[in-house]
Design a protein around this ligand. Structure first.
Ligand code: ADP
Ligand code: FBP
Length: 305
């Protein structure tokens, strides 16, 4: 079974404004609301690819109810969220204008008793299950929570996938996650450097492996991605061709596609190609990508069209 955890799900409020200006009233020309949060997005794309998963995490308030409703009705995923008493789930604003700007909210208060309920669900995990830990965590939780979870599951020999930023990511590397997927900006933040080219990408991927990661997938938005696999293989791939509509969720889609591609027969090239097709298909869609469009992008990427 595949489990995803979204500690801080959100309603993504995606708005378009012509030439956004600070300090004045801006009028929205287009608006959409989607159910979001990294783990939920991963579960949604896995479902498109034919893989069931259990989407775990915490929700609160009316926004939390709406997140669960949409996760089930729009994505058809098995949403097993814990409802917490205080606060509300986030509304994350995604502003599309001359530049893309994101404003991500804080999230509800999660108590130790709430966390215990999550641990009880995780205790059901079996050997070879996949656990996807992705996204930020609400301020009310200790920043060591990802470590706590992986430490707790250490003896179960699960495959863990971590898509998070800063210390949240760095501190779990000692648990040898199967896959991490930082983007280039996150690498720069972690190592406090400015990446200077392809050689630097390989260099920092190797550093992350030395720190414990097994497979490192660095995503580069419109410039594609680099995978350094645990056997030392380097795979550099470009992107699918298309017109970008909304790149929110492209990274999560790539993670889902990579997992599904890998689960098919353990082949890294296939995993990276399917991840790239999912990332591209989401970037070229108004919301998360649908199955047919993902496979259309995969065929285009492989030159089969
Ligand atoms: N503009 C784009 N054109 C084509 N593919 C894209 C585009 N943006 C993202 N993708 C695909 O999605 C993947 C993940 O996107 P990225 O923006 O790097 O992730 P994140 O959202 O985590 O920062 C990229 O490696 C690429 O394959
Ligand atoms: O938990 P974080 O880091 O605040 O990110 C949450 C946001 O990331 C998303 O999951 C999209 O992530 P990506 O664009 O990186 O795939 C949104 O749905 C959500 O608003």
């Amino acid at each position: 079974m595949i489990y995803t955890i979204t500690f801080n799900p959100a309603l993504d409020y995606v708005i378009s404004v012509d030439h956004f200006e600070k300090g004045v009233v801006n009028r929205v020309t287009e608006e959409h609301i989607f159910c979001g949060g990294k783990g939920i997005n991963v579960s949604a794309i896995l479902k498109e690819l034919g893989y069931e998963s259990k989407a775990l995490g915490f929700v609160a308030g009316f926004t939390g109810d709406e997140i669960v409703r949409r996760a089930q009705s729009e994505y058809g995923i098995n949403a097993d969220f814990i409802k917490v008493a205080e606060g509300m789930s986030r509304i994350n604003v995604k502003l599309r204008s001359d530049e893309e700007t994101e404003i991500n909210g804080i999230g509800p208060k999660i108590t130790d008793a709430d966390l215990d309920k999550l641990f009880a669900k995780l205790d059901e995990m079996q050997m070879s299950d996949v656990l996807v830990l992705s996204g930020s965590i609400p301020k009310s939780i200790s920043p060591t929570i990802y470590e706590t979870i992986l430490n707790r599951l250490q003896d179960k020999k699960i495959f863990s996938v971590v898509d998070a930023t800063g210390d949240l990511l760095v501190n779990v590397l000692k648990y040898r996650p199967f896959l991490i997927k930082p983007n280039n900006h996150e690498i720069e933040e972690i190592f406090n450097v400015k990446l200077q080219g392809e050689e630097d990408l390989v260099k920092y991927a190797h550093k992350l492996q030395e720190m414990g990661a097994r497979n490192v997938l660095i995503s580069l938005a419109g410039d594609g991605s680099l995978l350094v696999d645990e056997h030392g293989g380097q795979h550099r791939l470009g992107v699918c061709k298309g017109k970008v509509k909304n790149s929110v969720g492209a990274g999560d889609s790539m993670v889902a596609g990579f997992i599904a591609g890998y689960l098919r027969n353990g082949d890294y090239k296939e995993a990276l190609e399917l991840g790239t097709a999912c990332g591209g298909a989401t970037a070229f869609s108004e919301s998360l990508a649908k199955k047919d469009f993902i496979y259309e992008n995969l065929r285009q990427l492989r030159g089969e069209n």
